[in-house]
Design a protein around this ligand. Structure first.
Ligand SMILES: Cc1cc2nc3c(=O)[nH]c(=O)nc-3n(C[C@H](O)[C@H](O)[C@H](O)COP(=O)(O)OP(=O)(O)OC[C@H]3O[C@@H](n4cnc5c(N)ncnc54)[C@H](O)[C@@H]3O)c2cc1C
Length: 281
């Protein structure tokens, strides 16, 4: 297991913002992970760190990075795969595509690990009704020191939500069943996705994907015009609605102020708003 002390977290996040981990653990096997969990009372978990806003002034005692403990993909035949939580989405998609299966090519651009993608029930925009849970059979997790298996129904998947979000479950592996798909078709879908991202996604700053999973599009249109501080280095994107871009010099305080301002505007207009990004205060 890799152990570091007083480790800066910003470099691990896609938003390039974060505080300090007094103890930073990178378990390299399931056994190491289970033993580590037994030895700690409190901890925070990170995967691909692509949906997290972390307070740049905070100190977190124990942070566990799940990037290495299990990145195995085991084919069980007939489109079934058992996948470790450390596996990157792109690796899973390429593996199943090469075997003639598919279904989640729209996640080819998403910089997350399988564990994080299950927690967030990662998918396409609401109008498409396509998410990773469409192909899940069951999820293995550590809960209260025990390994438990949850059926798809028990995972309570909803749009960008699951039983795992804001809970004590730690996902270790997932059983998927994918659909048959010709290699040419999966290639086409991946290329289409890459093209769409180049055209539509703002790459002018660092981001964590969508800020809110529920919002009013009309109110959100004014978001790029908002400034919480003169010369603020974080702003809502003009190109990609519902994204915040960080120039690299933005602060947590500025980012949270922007998010809270949008929430207040929705509240005053009696419109619903719900955060997608996970915030570590
Ligand atoms: C450029 C960009 C594009 C994106 N596009 C999309 C998109 O198209 N669709 C979409 O849905 N999302 C998108 N996202 C958001 C994000 O990438 C996804 O939600 C992703 O699945 C999060 O995975 P992660 O491994 O990065 O999770 P993290 O950000 O590391 O963690 C998210 C949450 O899950 C918890 N967690 C992580 N791993 C585990 C585990 N094994 N067990 C228990 N809890 C765990 C963390 O503690 C945290 O609470 C995008 C983000 C970026 C930066």
């Amino acid at each position: 297991m890799i152990i570091k002390h007083n480790e800066g977290l910003a470099k691990y996040t896609t938003f390039k913002m974060g505080g300090i981990a007094t103890n930073f653990y990178v378990p390299e096997s399931r056994i190491e992970l289970v033993q580590l969990l037994k030895s700690l009372n409190e901890y925070n978990i990170i995967g691909g760190v692509s949906n997290l806003l972390i307070n740049d002034k905070a100190v977190f005692t124990n942070v566990i990075h799940l990037v290495k403990f299990d990145d195995n993909i085991t084919s069980l035949g007939d489109g079934k795969y058992y996948v470790g939580a450390s596996v990157r989405l792109q690796k899973l998609i390429n593996t199943v595509n090469n075997d003639g299966f598919g279904g989640i090519e729209y996640l080819f651009s998403v910089p997350g690990l399988i564990g994080g993608a299950i927690v967030m029930n990662a998918g396409r925009g609401r109008q498409f009704n396509q998410q990773i849970s469409d192909y899940i059979v069951s999820v293995d997790a550590i809960y209260n020191g025990e390994i438990v298996t949850l059926s798809k129904e028990e995972c309570l998947f909803q749009y960008r939500n699951s039983i795992f979000k804001h809970s004590d479950y730690l996902i270790i592996g997932v059983l998927f069943k994918f659909s048959e798909m010709k290699i040419e078709e999966s290639k086409r879908l991946k290329n289409e996705r890459i093209k769409l991202c180049r055209e539509k996604q703002d790459s002018s700053g660092f981001n964590f994907g969508s800020v809110f999973c529920k919002y009013n599009p009309t109110i959100m249109k004014v978001a790029p015009l908002l400034r919480v501080e003169f010369n603020s280095n974080v702003r809502f994107s003009k190109k990609t609605q519902n994204w915040i871009c960080n120039s690299g010099k933005g602060t947590y305080k500025q980012t949270l102020k922007l998010i809270k301002l949008l929430e207040l505007m929705h509240k005053m207009s009696l419109k619903k708003i719900e955060r997608e990004v996970i915030v570590w205060e």
